[in-house]
Design a protein. Structure first.
Length: 229
């Protein structure tokens, strides 16, 4: 029986976000806790299958599922310099430093996700990258630039001084620069045990990896959903 430790983050854009805490990159959404939890077993199995497609030595082998909610967190707003900022979850498990093996796996997942992201957008007609979607904040190009902008921001939360890139540049080039930066700095998180706090939100190396892999996967799925109409 495989124990799945779950972190529940409520009020994420009006939804509940469930995190598989021992499996960075695995998460589910739901209208409430129950719906997010119901979706988790399928997502874990999907992740296992996804790993099997990318490596001959997958590190996830599921034999039955036993889920346990370790902690819950309610997202809350704070006022910063006249604007509202949301404080996202910091779980007790985020305090645990990352091992060399955990970072190696995170790098693999990140780069496989990036390959999937680029493969998806490269098949789209060029004019579709700038197409606006009703009710959506960004075009596809806007989503790609957002990913490239947020990844360095994550590392800045841990005190890394990241060179800034011109966000008006080509989206693919920006993604490439961000990927190089991420691959450069991730190995430095092995054993990193300092916790930083910015605008009432706590950050650690484990939280950074958790959100880094969530963010890219979330937007891959978003792009796919929009492309399929």
């Amino acid at each position: 029986m495989t124990l799945i430790q779950i972190g529940i983050e409520r009020n994420v854009e009006g939804r509940t976000l469930a995190w598989a805490l021992d499996y960075p990159g695995v998460f589910t959404y739901g209208a409430d806790d129950a719906e997010a939890l119901i979706r988790m077993p399928r997502q874990i199995l999907t992740f296992e299958s996804w790993l099997n497609l990318h490596t001959d030595q997958p590190w996830v082998q599921i034999e039955g599922l036993d889920m346990h909610v370790e902690e819950t967190f309610e997202v809350f707003p704070v006022e910063v310099d006249g604007s509202t900022h949301e404080v996202n979850a910091f779980f007790r498990s985020d305090l645990v430093p990352l091992s060399e093996e955990e970072i190696r796996r995170a790098i693999c997942i990140y780069n496989w996700q990036r390959e999937e992201l680029l493969a998806g957008v490269e098949t789209l007609p060029a004019e579709m990258l700038k197409r606006a979607f009703e009710g959506q904040r960004w075009t596809f190009e806007g989503i790609l630039k957002h990913i490239a902008r947020v990844e360095p921001w994550y590392f800045s939360r841990l005190g890394f001084e990241i060179p800034k890139h011109d966000q008006n540049g080509d989206a693919i080039q920006l993604l490439d620069a961000s990927a190089k930066m991420t691959n450069h700095y991730l190995p430095e998180l092995v054993g990193f045990d300092t916790v930083f706090e910015h605008q009432q939100e706590k950050w650690s190396a484990r939280k950074l990896v958790r959100r880094l892999l969530w963010h890219q996967r979330d937007h891959i799925d978003h792009i796919r959903e929009l492309a399929l109409g």
